[in-house]
Design a protein around this ligand. Structure first.
Ligand code: SF4
Length: 286
């Protein structure tokens, strides 16, 4: 049985940067809060919880006593402009780990909105990154994620700027943007899907077509991990697991070749423990 790990799997640049910033703050013995879990990975958030990092949903969750001396980390997904304003008005010290690629989208929608453009975000309206981006254009963006949604949103003929959630499916982005272009006279389409996502998706598409089974490792709520699993499932049998403990021998029976990939928020130690389990217990499974 062969195990092949997809290129570009595991932590991306933005996640690595956010985690490193958090590590440094802990080391300097600061009292640290994160605005939402630092990344969408339960094992990693449990680890930081043990190190004393607390998660808050909003700045208002901090009492006056807690504000003094506290540092609040904005994770790689970013946050709406209102969060920065609220923090400043309350004297809360922010440490901004917004991924520079996300920051660039926030600046783009802010600039276009101030010029009077409609903003369309192609992505998941409930995802924190999208909520954050929308918060930089006065929450006025239309948010869509399917071709059918193009028909449903009212398209006025004001100039429109279209951006994508950084982890959006590339092929779907192409299809939706073509549809929008055909309906709008003045439309600026900016493909903001990040290179890490594109590379990751291309690598799994290539690998999934060559193996019997793809194992996608990552948080059950991690949007980029879910998308990787969806792409793999189009090509071959696929299972999505969070840790080695989710590996089920039955699902692996009779498999001759396995491809492994991991979402951008999956640490290397979790990927390695999955590989080790397959290598050590492979005989039982196969
Ligand atoms: S997926 Fe891309 S945009 Fe998102 S955090 Fe990683 S590097 Fe940044």
């Amino acid at each position: 049985m062969k195990i092949r790990v997809a290129e570009h799997s595991g932590y991306c640049y933005g996640v690595k940067r956010a985690v490193t910033l958090l590590e440094n703050l802990i080391e300097e013995k600061n009292r640290v809060y994160t605005l939402g879990p630092i990344i969408h990975n339960q094992q990693v958030t449990d680890y930081y919880h043990e190190k004393g990092v607390l998660i808050i949903d909003k700045i208002a969750d901090l009492s006056d006593n807690e504000i003094d001396g506290a540092l609040v980390v904005i994770r790689s997904h970013g946050a709406p402009k209102s969060v920065y304003e609220e923090a400043e008005s309350k004297g809360v010290m922010l440490k901004d780990a917004t991924c520079p690629y996300v920051k660039k989208i926030q600046n783009t929608v802010s600039t276009y909105a101030s010029k009077g453009y409609n903003i369309i975000i192609v992505g998941d309206s409930k995802h924190p990154e999208v909520i954050g981006i929308n918060g930089w254009c006065d929450n006025q963006a239309k948010i869509i994620k399917t071709i059918d949604d193009v028909e449903l949103i009212a398209l006025d003929q004001r100039p429109t700027c279209v951006v994508a959630q950084t982890t959006f499916n590339i092929n779907l982005w192409k299809a939706i943007s073509e549809q929008l272009e055909s309906k709008l006279d003045d439309c600026v389409l900016i493909n903001t899907i990040c290179l890490a996502t594109e590379q990751r998706q291309q690598a799994v598409i290539a690998l999934a077509s060559e193996v019997d089974l793809m194992i996608v490792v990552g948080g059950k709520h991690s949007s980029n991990t879910i998308k990787l699993a969806e792409l793999c499932a189009l090509q071959t049998r696929t299972i999505h697991i969070e840790t080695k403990d989710d590996l089920n021998g039955e699902a692996l029976k009779g498999t001759r070749s396995i491809g492994i990939t991991a979402g951008a928020s999956t640490p290397d130690w979790i990927i390695q423990s999955v590989i080790l389990k397959i290598e050590n217990e492979g005989e039982v499974f196969f």
